[in-house]
Design a protein around this ligand. Structure first.
Ligand code: ZN
Ligand code: MN
Length: 477
């Protein structure tokens, strides 16, 4: 086992963006396509005298996350005021948690560079999102900042890891896995802007801890950490000390820049929020426990057992619970191994190419129709090439499977007489390749098979065709 002198811990802010309302008021949460400052009220604008009321559904969603991550939900949890000034925080403090957080412990299993690795968690707590600063043009050239308070008060769950991550790549693997788990729980839509934001703490053994704030993409996290390791190593090489500080990741120039010396915990003057009562969680935990879905590893193991598919296919299928659902519908109607390879290797690729996920796929290509298409393939009514053609046409233009096959003339040529006739024609028209073959250049056969495929638009089986050609070429004229 390789040891590393790099120590990384992550704080991940997750928006509970599938809930109806904000954390402490009844403003509608879904603001992503709204005009600025239209989802606001006295509470989330921090007007004097306005009082927060906790959203029970948000607490339940956070508990669901904690349970799925195998964390220990505390029976008694408190809210605190975290005091600091920033224009996007109208109250002058953020309602968060401190002592008595919602949950402690837990873990996420990732595929590390040396097999599986358990990334342990320190704590999971609930807090409110601040508003959003908006700049006309770029942040460096804008003359002023605009503030949109639509995001103010959106429920966040903050997941804090132990400092056990040892490379930028591992950090990214952790985030990918966490996102998959959160999407399984149906409390989170990762495709929305700012849905998951990361603060990364990094130090090299012996040096000060540097925090990189508010990175909004996983690729960004990996790149920021890679840059930061290099920067810190260079300082060490020159005999300079690494200051404890907070830095910002500049995504355009791929560098981190110093923001301020790191604030200490006492700077925030945490104290219990007097306007909210403590929350007792026992009843809520009982309610939530029954709603936990099957998680990725459990699903993977079940798919292997139930359908006899390989570990590698199962591992990919569970990366998206919708993809696994799609597979299961198809696998009930055709050979599951065939279904797995077509869903994972072909359909998934065609969707990726179009920037779609399996949510879209369910709408564009009913899994029962997909099964029907694979059935035709199993029955050799259509060739591999034909199946791909149907998939592409169906995704791009819709229509029924049978109509596509008919209009594109994709039914496989099965009659051996017909294939032999075409093979004879190809032999006739490609004297040079035939000569090459007879002179011992065996790869000339592939060329001839290719010509038959071309004439039939891929409607013959290549192995079958190869056999016929060989027989024709080797039988005495
Ligand atoms: Zn509000
Ligand atoms: Mn936070």
């Amino acid at each position: 086992m390789e040891t590393s002198d790099v120590i990384i811990g992550l704080e991940v802010h997750v928006q509970l963006n599938k809930l109806r309302t904000k954390l402490f008021c009844s403003c509608p949460l879904y603001y992503y396509d709204s005009e600025p400052n239209t989802h606001v009220c006295p509470v989330c604008l921090g007007l004097p005298g306005a009082l927060p009321v906790i959203n029970k559904e948000a607490v339940k969603a956070a508990i669901k996350i904690a349970l799925a991550l195998k964390a220990k939900v505390q029976p008694f949890t408190l809210f605190y005021r975290k005091n600091y000034f920033y224009p996007d925080l109208p109250k002058g403090f953020q309602i968060s948690q401190y002592d008595f957080p919602l949950a402690t412990g837990g873990y996420v299993i990732i595929e590390g560079e040396n097999g599986e690795k358990k990334i342990t968690l320190k704590r999971i707590h609930i807090e409110e999102d601040p508003g959003r600063l908006v700049y006309k043009g770029s942040i460096t050239t804008a003359k002023y900042s605009l503030i949109d308070y639509n995001r103010s008060g959106v429920p966040l769950v903050e997941i804090v890891t132990d400092p056990v991550i040892s490379s930028p790549k591992e950090a990214r693997a952790f985030l990918n896995k966490l996102r998959i788990i959160l999407e399984y729980l149906d409390v989170f839509d990762g495709s929305l802007e700012g849905a998951m934001r990361v603060d990364a703490n990094i130090s090299i053994k012996g040096g000060g801890r540097v925090e990189i704030k508010n990175i909004s993409s996983f690729k960004g996290v990996e790149r920021a950490l890679t840059y930061e390791i290099q920067r810190q190593r260079n300082l060490i090489k020159r005999g300079l000390a690494i200051k404890r500080e907070t830095r910002h990741f500049d995504e355009v120039n791929n560098i981190t820049v110093s923001l301020r010396t790191k604030e200490e915990e006492q700077d925030y003057r945490y104290f219990p929020e007097p306007d909210l009562v403590p929350v007792r969680t026992e009843e809520l935990v009982k309610e939530v426990e029954g709603t936990l879905p099957e998680m990725p590893e459990e699903k993977r193991d079940r798919l292997i057992k139930e359908y006899g598919i390989s570990y590698d296919f199962a591992k990919v299928l569970v990366l998206d619970s919708k993809m696994a659902d799609y597979f299961e519908i198809v696998a009930k109607k055709v050979n599951p191994k065939l279904a797995a390879s077509w869903v994972v290797d072909v359909l998934r690729g065609e969707l990726n190419y179009r920037g779609w996920n399996f949510d879209v796929c369910f709408k564009k290509f009913d899994p029962n129709d997909f099964a029907k298409l694979l059935k035709y393939f199993e029955e050799e009514k259509i060739t591999e090439k034909g199946v791909v053609e149907v998939i592409r046409t169906k995704l791009d233009y819709g229509g029924s499977i049978d109509d596509i096959i008919k209009s594109k003339d994709l039914l496989a040529i099965k009659e051996e007489d017909k294939i032999i006739k075409i093979c004879k024609r190809v032999i006739e028209e490609n004297k040079k390749a035939v000569m090459d073959y007879k002179n011992g250049k065996k790869q000339a056969l592939n060329y001839l098979v290719g010509q038959v495929m071309k004439i039939t638009k891929g409607k013959v089986d290549p192995a079958e065709t190869s056999k016929i050609l060989r027989n024709l070429l080797e039988s005495p004229a």
